[in-house]
Design a binder for this molecule. Sequence first.
Ligand code: SF4
Length: 350
Amino acid sequence: MPTSVLIGAGLCDSVGLIADGRFSGGTHGTVVGQVAAEDSTRGAITSIKGTDLIMIDANARLLQLNVADEELARCREVWQTTHSIETIGVSASLLVDTAAPIDISFAAKGLIVPAVYRVQVKKTGSIWRKRPKARAQIIRRVCKALEVEYGRPRLGNPTKPLDDLIFILISNRTSPQLAEQTYQRLRKKFPKWENILESPPSKLREVLKPAGLSRKKSHQIRSLLGKVRRDFGKCNLDVLARWQDEEIHEYLTALAGVSDKVAKCVMLYTLSSDVLPVDVHVYRVSKRLGWTARNRAAHAHEELEALISPSRRFAFHVDCIAHGRSVCRSKPDCYRCHIRKDCEYFKTAR
Ligand code: SF4
């Protein structure tokens, strides 16, 4: 149920929503999500009856079922599941075998459920057919060779979250050189991001013009700056460094023009998050290596995160971009490539 239904009916002050699934940044009112896991683990939610009182205290992060402990115990004894969390729609996405578990702790009176579930990853790459030890060796070898070749280039990405976010939006569908030049010009023209909001939109469009899509990018940048200033009182996102990864991702993807990939890039480059954004270069190199067979980069994030340990993700991401720009381009130059011995594309193309 979209929360707009509650808001539209004027019920936001009197009705809270407890549901399976996740909520986006467009959510309003009091909501608690991802409760199917609680159900599957025989949590307090399985004991709720029609007239029971439930207290939601967002500040204390508490979801409390006001039922006596004895009653809870009695209900749990007779309760039988009708499904397993592995097999039901949204909840199945909370299961996993990756190295990065998602913590969806859910507390209720009498039963604190510190549940840690893992997301089920579909293994499409041919590398999964290798034994775990051989697979780990290949990944280590490839990551090391790429790092020796390219180091860990920051690729011009700024170190502060809001600066980086704007830099990445400017980089959309333009060359790295043009993106960097345009970003530098933008910083010169508007020393503070607030200056953009105080100037007519045409001035921003003029600066963005050489990088292309100036109308769209100018709209996205003005819109997200406006929201950031409304939310935090200033155009600055440094506060995100104190947030959990899930919260950061949810906030960023609710901003204008910010996709899953863009949010993960900001998190990786500026907030030391253990994510692995998959852009066109990371996708092309990974697919040719045989590490994923997904048809779209946007669908390969989880599979590659399952393969590559958190400590290697930053280097792998930036090195793949460097490799994809210089050697493993659309038409690859395989005989110049240092990782060809581990590349499925090279083995089959010979
Ligand atoms: S061997 Fe060729 S296809 Fe494989 S990663 Fe290297 S350049 Fe790309």
